[in-house]
Design a protein around this ligand. Structure first.
Ligand code: NAP
Length: 254
């Protein structure tokens, strides 16, 4: 039955940035579809771990700060998930930060921090996860890209560069790993109401101009990404490789 191919029973997913915003919604969607979940953020997302447990799934909190973690620390994160939950079948690279300053004033620190969290961690975690997935002959990696994987944005050059990089890595990994049974894809959310966009929504003029361009006529919410992540994590999406799927209320179509 077609709906059975969306189920994730018996699988293990690692979701980064799982404690709030989009990551929380992605983690809960995967848990509802049947996956056990390792939840990574700087504190291990204890509250979302409780929500996952309440859904009848195993939850493993993973406390890790990408600004501090070395590549070998990130390999150790993947190894610890496999050791505790038995496998790693789905990796959702969602954690991300944004630093707003015009390009002429953008500090080296902001550039480095954004690259470390938004791009370096995606590379190192994916590399570590894909090794085990290739041995198993199956697995899914879902990266969270952005409208700024396609567009330049305003006052966020490091974020734009990192999210273009996420879309590029998604394609590069898919090209190398699809034949091993690993799907690598990205979701590009539109303008979503989370902490990440709080300053935009607080600016009445900016908020109105963004909203005016969204055909769906509303900001997105974390639940809007839940169907896409289950599709890309499941057998239902087995022949989707290297795609970046906009979930944007029509923003890019405008
Ligand atoms: P958010 O509410 O600000 O949450 C960011 C998440 O990333 C948090 O769980 C945070 O953990 C984690 N994180 C931040 N710095 C970290 C670090 N140094 N080490 C480990 N984890 C860290 O953001 P969001 O809106 O849900 O965004 C999630 C993803 O979607 C990001 O990649 C973002 O770029 C992307 N995105 C968002 C939008 C939007 O409109 N909101 C649009 C397109 C793409 P802590 O709680 O520990 O800080």
């Amino acid at each position: 039955m077609i709906l059975d191919s969306f189920r994730l029973d018996g699988t293990v997913a690692l979701v980064t940035g799982a404690g709030r915003g989009l990551g929380r919604g992605l983690a809960l969607a995967l848990a509802e579809a049947g996956a056990d979940i390792a939840l990574l953020d700087r504190s291990g997302a204890p509250e979302v771990a409780e929500e996952v447990t309440a859904l009848g799934r195993r939850a493993m909190p993973v406390a890790c700060d990408f600004l501090e973690a070395s590549p070998s620390d990130l390999r150790a994160v993947v190894a610890s998930v496999v050791a505790e939950l038995g496998s790693l079948d789905v990796l959702v690279n969602n954690a991300g930060i944004i630093r707003r300053a015009p390009a002429l004033e953008h500090s080296a620190q902001d550039w480095d921090d954004v690259m470390r969290v938004n791009l370096d961690a995606v590379f190192h975690l994916s590399q570590a996860a894909a090794a085990g997935m290739a041995e198993a002959g199956r697995g899914s990696i879902v990266n969270i890209a952005s409208m700024l994987s396609y567009q330049g944005g305003i006052n966020v050059p490091s974020y734009t560069a990192s999210k273009h990089g996420v879309m590029g890595l998604t394609r590069a990994f898919a090209n190398e790993w699809a034949a091993s049974g690993i799907t690598v894809n990205a979701i590009a959310p539109g303008y979503m109401a989370t902490d990440n966009t709080a300053p935009l929504r607080a600016d009445a003029e900016r908020s109105a101009s963004i909203l005016a361009r969204i055909p769906a006529a509303r900001w997105g919410v974390p639940e809007d990404l839940q169907g896409a992540v289950v599709l890309l994590a499941s057998r239902a999406g087995a022949y989707i490789n290297g795609a970046t799927i906009p979930v944007d209320g029509g923003w890019l179509a405008r």
